[in-house]
Structure formats: structure tokens, C-alpha cells
Write a protein that binds this ligand. Structure first.
Ligand SMILES: [Zn+2]
Length: 214
């Protein structure tokens, strides 16, 4: 089959199916979707499908949200409107830490967590815990499965450190007060942040966040 035939075959698919296929392409690469726009009119109109923006891979932007202050404005708008969980994470970080709009920031981080974006889930949980919402914060953090394996939570924290590295974040006194309400017994290796049992895991993850931002 020639490339032209492949293209005709793709164009002949119902728009709905084409949107679904392109949303899968979008989840792996924003560049590939950019190329689809150049191929044909039928395909470029399917790229405007909401599912494409919902699934669009925004990894470069999440790893450096500062870039979205000057670039990608319309892309970010479309992705947020399509409930892309990584776009909600980026917007949440900006609202919370730059514009000091904690309510709107938490709204976007919650949407990111609801979309099962791990880094958003992690940050949302830590901020809930640091601002005194222990019950919900504990539940959201648990959704990353730390009781069975620390791996996913640790990766989310590592990536949050990359995303947040260029932001100036203030340690609010309530963060420390709320961390202390989770303080484990003294037998829990207080000086070793990486040895974490069920009693000290939450406390130590909060402590890592506070040490990182101060
Ligand atoms: Zn412990």
C-alpha cells in the first residue's frame, strides 16, 4: 500500500474514530500531532477534536511550567478546556505559587488528580496535608499506592521537584504546624527521610516538601 493509499484510508474513517486514533497519537507526542496538521484537511480538522487536547502529551511543559507564561497560551487554553490533567497541573502550580490564588490553584490540582495525573495527585495531596485537610490529603496520597510500593510516589515527588525548581515558594507557618500533627513516634528514624514506615511516611513526605521549598 502506498503512503497516499494509507492517507486515503485514514481520511475515509468516521470522524469519531479518527479523533480517537489521533488522541492516542497525541498522548505520545505533540510533534506527531503537529505533523498531522500538515497532512490533509480532514485530518487537521480531526486534530481539533477535544479528545486530542485531552490526551495531548505536555511533558516538556509540565517539567518547566514557566515556559507557558510566554508561549503556548492558546494550546494551554484548549488543553484546560478539554480537561487535560497535565494542563490542570501546570495551571494549578501557576495559580497557587505565582498568583497566590490558592483556591483556583487547588481547583486545578484537584482536576489534575481526578484525571489520574500522578504528579498532580501528589502535589494536591501534599498541599491538602500542609493546609490542614488531613483526611482528604491522606486519601489522595494513598491513591498513589504508597502502602504497597513507594515507587510511584517517589517518582511523582522527583518530578515535582523538577517542575517546581524555578518557583519561589514561601513556607507558611501552617505547613509546619500541620506537618507536626502527623509527627511519628521518636523511634521512627527522624533523621533519615528515606526510611519510611506506615507511621512516618506522610510526615516525611511533608517534611521533604517543606525542606525543598525553604
Ligand atoms: Zn517510621
Amino acid at each position: 500500500m502506498t503512503a497516499q493509499n494509507n492517507l486515503s484510508l485514514l481520511e475515509s474513517l468516521p470522524q469519531d474514530l479518527l479523533g480517537e486514533i489521533l488522541s492516542r497519537v497525541a498522548s505520545s507526542s505533540r510533534e506527531d500531532i503537529g505533523n498531522c496538521l500538515l497532512v490533509s484537511k480532514t485530518i487537521s480538522s480531526a486534530v481539533e477534536d477535544e479528545r486530542v487536547f485531552n490526551k495531548l502529551n505536555l511533558r516538556p511543559q509540565t517539567m518547566n511550567p514557566q515556559t507557558t507564561f510566554v508561549q503556548y497560551n492558546s494550546l494551554m487554553d484548549k488543553c484546560i478546556r478539554s480537561d487535560n490533567p497535565a494542563a490542570h497541573y501546570i495551571e494549578g502550580v501557576k495559580q497557587y505559587f505565582v498568583y497566590d490564588n490558592t483556591v483556583l490553584g487547588m481547583y486545578h490540582l484537584r482536576k489534575s488528580a481526578e484525571g489520574s495525573y500522578g504528579n498532580g495527585t501528589y502535589l494536591y495531596a501534599i498541599l491538602l496535608l500542609c493546609t490542614g485537610n488531613q483526611e482528604e490529603g491522606t486519601m489522595v496520597l494513598r491513591s498513589l499506592g504508597w502502602e504497597a510500593s513507594r515507587r510511584r510516589g517517589d517518582r511523582c515527588w522527583r518530578e515535582n521537584k523538577i517542575s517546581l525548581r524555578t518557583f519561589i515558594i514561601t513556607v507558611k507557618p501552617e505547613y509546619i504546624q500541620n506537618m507536626m500533627t502527623n509527627a511519628p513516634p521518636l523511634t521512627c528514624h527522624w533523621n533519615d527521610l528515606d526510611t519510611r514506615c506506615a507511621r512516618c511516611y506522610i510526615f516525611k513526605q511533608m517534611q521533604k516538601f517543606i525542606i525543598f521549598i525553604q
